[in-house]
Design a binder for this molecule. Structure first.
Ligand SMILES: [Zn+2]
Length: 235
């Protein structure tokens, strides 16, 4: 294994990774993600008010139907009471009681309608507020996005240059060496660590006597007992 060459390659590879992470963690990107989150939240809230409005409208419709039904019943009783000459006083009293009940029920219906209208107005107000907040945030988002898009295009180009430089180095490496490097990198990065004072500089574990002896005795690449990084002993 050509560890010095692999080590050199790693510097390019890590530089590209570092820059890529920097792009991902840029303050502007984080801000945009937060703003997107906020806008999504407002959309969900808005959708909720829409379904609330539909529910309120359904209740208003039912209330109106009920009021209409009660009104017709009352009309019937009124017509009957209109001509009381054929009725006994008990019967008249019955009818009056019935009319009173209907009037009470109609009153309750009116009250319920008023309550639903209040609810409906509250929903309208919150919908207006949601729209206002979302519109304001959208403006801020568009402003940040404009700048970010330019920066992103520039950074993407730089990242490509860094990746290309790493690839150019990779092309000079032995394929098996590169495969091993990439395999280790999947669970441990950077994948090569220098061995200094019998210590792995990747995880700062002191190596076992056995491993140290193995490193001294062979030219083969040895990995750290603890973290699994390839150990590089500079000359
Ligand atoms: Zn280690």
């Amino acid at each position: 294994m050509n560890l010095p060459a692999l080590w050199d390659y790693m510097q390019y590879d890590m530089e590209a990774d570092r820059f890529s992470n920097e792009m991902k963690n840029s303050e502007k990107r984080k801000k945009l993600l937060k703003q997107q989150e906020f806008l999504k939240d407002q959309q969900a809230r808005f959708a909720k008010t829409e379904s609330d409005i539909a529910a309120v409208e359904e209740r208003i419709g039912k209330c109106r139907q009920e009021a209409e039904r009660l009104g017709k019943l009352l009309e019937g009783i009124s017509a009957e009471i209109g001509d009381v000459s054929d009725m006994g006083s008990e019967e008249v009293n019955e009818k009056l009681k019935g009319a009173e009940k209907l009037l009470n029920a109609m009153d309750a219906c009116e009250k319920e309608l008023a309550a639903i209208r209040n609810e409906s107005e509250a929903i309208d107000r919150s919908q207006t507020e949601i729209k206002r907040r979302a519109a304001k945030m959208k403006l801020e988002y568009d402003e940040v996005k404009k700048v970010y898009d330019v920066e992103f295009a520039r950074d993407k180009l730089k990242l490509k240059e860094l990746r290309d430089a790493a690839e150019k180095q990779a092309a000079t490496l032995d394929k098996d060496d590169l495969d091993r490097y990439r395999e280790i990198k999947r669970h441990c990065t950077p994948p090569i660590a220098k061995l200094v004072n019998n210590q792995c500089t990747g995880c700062f574990m002191t190596l076992s006597v056995g491993t140290l002896r193995e490193i001294k005795a062979s030219n083969a690449a040895i990995t750290c007992d603890n973290c699994g990084r390839l150990l590089y002993v500079p000359d």
